[in-house]
Design a protein around this ligand. Structure first.
Ligand code: NAI
Length: 328
């Protein structure tokens, strides 16, 4: 029998947590052969709600669910962790300055990074979902000097999936026939959803679409502003689709990308494509052997270069702000 993987979810009583935990416990995160020990980290006022979610998890009688621990202590939450899903974050509220937002999140992701550094399993993989996801991942990684930097990632898979969905709607193509879509940069409105390398059934996606204006004026802003459109329509931010993307991200990380395709993930830059080293930026990535690799040597046209530079400039600003605040 395989020993259970410890999967820690922070913000477990939140709306993404509610959509995520059941999928993890059912085996969709790590596959049908790996039992899961769930750790739910919450802040004290939400522990009772987390207990309620745990009762429902029990009531699913998932064969793969080895057990559930609920805690408000990060050290306990990350002890022996194999997969850490950092979902809980301080949301931006009306009138909140960016510095306040970064400070509040630095106060969460710094200590969580330190707790991962202190207690995680050797093979730990960390996915930051809570916003600002890239910079929160940057902060967590900075507090975990003993964990290889490539174990810290930020989620842009939801943006990637949104891009696939928009392209399917426009072209009628099957999702599995769409390949090599990329989200570059920050998980924010400055992100660059890039179709220049994408193919549909082996043909250039831009050729199939044959409408530059649609790509520039409809596709890119629709993907980049989809989060706001969901809030407007639903009265709450994306939760099930975010949880789905988190499952996809980790599943791909562990099980690999299909031959000839790639996905998008925020990873720690080693200077690829001129992105300053150490920034957590979204890139086209393949996964194999349990590791992500940035796709090398892509030709970037002028438009793509400018869009990537603009989003990376925002990441640099966020890094400078967290440095100035003493958060890293
Ligand atoms: P939510 O507000 O429903 O839940 C967040 C939970 O985190 C709450 O239960 C709260 O008590 C908990 N929490 C706060 N501080 C914590 C701490 N220090 N330790 C542990 N738990 C803590 O929010 P929701 O909708 O679940 O979203 C979570 C985050 O994910 C938000 O920051 C949101 O902006 C982000 N998000 C990111 C996406 C992405 O594509 N990267 C997509 C959608 C949401």
């Amino acid at each position: 029998p395989v020993s259970p993987a410890v999967v820690t979810v922070t913000g477990a009583a939140g709306q993404i947590g509610y959509a995520l935990l059941f999928r993890i416990a059912s085996g969709q995160l790590l596959g049908p052969d790996t039992p899961v020990r769930l750790r739910m980290l919450e802040i004290p006022p939400a522990v009772k709600a987390a207990e309620g979610v745990a009762m429902e998890l029990d009531d699913c009688a998932f064969p793969l669910l080895d057990g559930i621990d609920i805690t408000d202590d990060a050290t306990a939450a990350f002890d022996g962790v194999n997969v850490a899903l950092l979902v809980g974050a301080r949301p931006r509220t009306a009138g909140m300055e960016r510095g306040d937002l970064l400070s509040a999140n630095g106060g969460i992701f710094g200590p969580q990074g330190a707790a991962i550094n202190a207690g995680a399993a050797d093979d730990v993989r960390v996915l930051v979902v809570g916003n600002p996801a890239n910079t929160n991942a940057f902060i967590a990684a900075a507090h975990a000097p003993d964990v290889p930097a490539d174990r810290f990632t930020a989620m842009t898979r939801l943006d990637h999936n949104r891009a696939l969905a928009q392209l399917r709607q426009r072209t009628g193509a099957a999702i599995d026939d769409i390949r090599r879509v990329t989200i570059w940069g920050n998980h924010s409105a400055t992100q660059y959803p890039d179709l220049t390398q994408a193919t549909i059934g082996g043909r250039s996606a831009l050729g199939v679409v044959d409408d530059q204006a649609w790509v520039r004026d409809t596709f890119i802003p629709t993907v980049a502003k989809r989060g706001a459109a969901i809030i407007e329509a639903r009265g709450a931010s994306s939760a099930a689709s975010a949880a789905n993307a988190a499952v996809d991200h980790v599943h791909t990380w562990v099980h690999g990308t299909p031959e000839g395709d790639w996905t998008s993930a925020g990873v720690v830059s080693r200077g690829e494509y001129g992105v300053p080293e150490g920034l957590v930026s979204s890139f086209p990535v393949t996964a194999s052997g349990g590791a992500f690799t940035v796709v090398p040597d892509l030709e970037l046209d002028e438009f793509s270069r400018a869009r990537i530079d603009a989003s990376v400039a925002e990441l640099v600003e966020e890094r400078e702000a967290v440095r100035a605040l003493g958060l890293v």
